[in-house]
Design a binder for this molecule. Structure first.
Ligand SMILES: Cc1ncc(COP(=O)(O)O)c(C=O)c1O
Length: 376
């Protein structure tokens, strides 16, 4: 007998063993253009030299020590993140994943207001831990244990429905994605986000924006909600934050008072994760990657919109969804095995593009040409 893996993932018959920039390679040296970054995680490109050096140097010095001692890397990360994101007056809580970031944000909102209900939206995805999965609109992944009356779903972009619920006075938080990712790149209207901010103020509810997939420069601004002008109370991040090293975080408005012991984690904010996350921010600033995501994303979006066989194309920056006529999973397989291009999927007909923020115009062209050939 040998131990097998618990078989919960549908796998492609392919194993990347090496990466470089926007490409990954199998053991036989075959090159694949990566327009997915392993679920929007690779933000500055595979094996970025600055990242490799920072992580290697740090692990050789000190990979981990607990949150019971000074760790100046955490302070450096917070100060750089505040500056790059424009949220210098917010504070930072570090954890290990997106779900955990949402879990802590919900907990903070509940501590802060003394209330227990969360308003989430149809088709939302917030992760798989207890509270995060309860706020995820997919009954298939919500176990009876996770199912709770504390989460109520409203239709996205319907302010009247949100107000009807919030006015009940039982809600601690509204939890909304900057752009819904797993749902297939569904954008909340700018007006809806602004209206929601007003409602949360009116009813004393904490506004949490989940920027785990849509944040960290992906949409051409640091956070997707910054296209709308709102300023949430709590912002959750993960995925691109450390270019593949597991990390999550909550940005917390000055309205919240920290109490010793109210939140905590063993691994969160460890030295290695911080070194990785600092290297990501340094690379983003030095290479102007948010700006690049805006420009190359707009170019890609525009070119995709001229392809008549695509049923719909939408997104912001390098967070793009395109609906194909037929099966998205078939199209993704053809892109992967015939054209050597990784993409993501959502639902039956949506192909998701979530490449690293340093995608070039010529890599965007490489994808468009391949797609046009497949659609002929
Ligand atoms: C918007 C959003 N929130 C939360 C999560 C959960 O993140 P993690 O898988 O790191 O727990 C995801 C992951 O896809 C996500 O897209």
């Amino acid at each position: 007998m040998i131990m097998n893996l618990f078989d919960v993932y549908s796998l492609y018959e392919i194993e990347p063993v090496r990466g470089n920039g926007n490409y990954v390679y199998t053991a036989d040296g075959t090159e694949y253009l990566d327009l997915y970054g392993g679920h929007a995680v690779i933000s500055i490109g595979h094996a970025h030299p600055r990242y490799v050096k920072a992580v290697s140097d740090q692990v050789a010095k000190l990979g981990f020590y607990s949150n019971s001692v000074q760790n100046s890397l955490q302070a450096e990360l917070a100060s750089k993140l505040g500056k790059v994101s424009g949220y210098t007056d917010y504070s930072l809580f570090l954890c290990n994943s997106g779900a955990e970031a949402n879990e802590n944000a919900i907990k903070l909102a509940s501590f802060h207001t003394g209330k227990s209900k969360v308003l989430a939206f149809d088709k939302a995805f917030h992760g798989r831990t207890s509270g995060a999965v309860a706020a995820t609109d997919n009954p298939k992944i919500v176990s009876p244990f996770n199912c709770t009356d504390n989460v109520v779903f409203a239709p996205l972009n319907d302010l009247a429905a949100a107000e009807a619920l919030l006015s009940e006075g039982e809600f601690c938080a509204v939890l909304v994605e900057g752009i819904q990712g797993v749902a297939g790149i569904r954008l909340p209207d700018d007006e809806f986000m602004r209206g929601l901010r007003e409602l949360t103020k009116k009813y004393g509810v904490v506004m949490i924006v989940d920027e785990i997939q849509s944040g960290y420069g992906r949409t051409g601004k640091f956070f997707a909600h910054q296209h709308t002008g709102v300023q949430p109370d709590l912002i959750t991040v993960a995925k691109g934050i450390a270019n593949g090293f597991p990390m999550g975080a909550v940005l917390i408005s000055p309205e919240f008072t920290a109490v010793k012991g109210m939140l905590g984690t063993t691994f969160g904010g460890n030295h290695l994760a911080c070194a990785a996350a600092i290297a990501v921010l340094d690379a983003m600033v030095e290479e102007q990657l948010v700006d690049n995501a805006a420009k190359v994303g707009a170019y890609l979006l525009e070119r995709l919109k001229t392809i008549p066989q695509l049923k719909d194309v939408r997104g912001r920056g390098l967070m793009i969804g395109m609906d194909v006529d037929g099966s998205a999973s078939e199209m993704r397989k053809r892109l992967l095995f015939e054209k050597h291009i990784f993409t993501g999927g959502a639902g039956v007909s949506t192909v998701r593009l979530l490449p690293a923020l340093n995608l070039t115009y010529s890599q965007a062209d490489e994808f468009i040409e391949a797609l046009i050939q497949l659609l002929k």
